[in-house]
Design a protein around this ligand. Sequence first.
Ligand SMILES: [Zn+2]
Length: 63
Amino acid sequence: MPNEGCAHEKSAPREMLEELPQSQAGTGRHKCAVCAYNAGFQDGVAAGRRLASRERRNASEGD
Ligand SMILES: [Zn+2]
């Protein structure tokens, strides 16, 4: 997966940057989308992954 670097010595997978909500990437709360990804990884991205794994479990319970 190609990584996107930024001027603040951070990097993030380009695929993840494209999934960042505009509210996080564009408000100026963060320096840039790459920094937003790094700042949000603990909560936003992790929450998304928990949700995805929960959905996978629910799907398997339906057998
Ligand atoms: Zn940055």
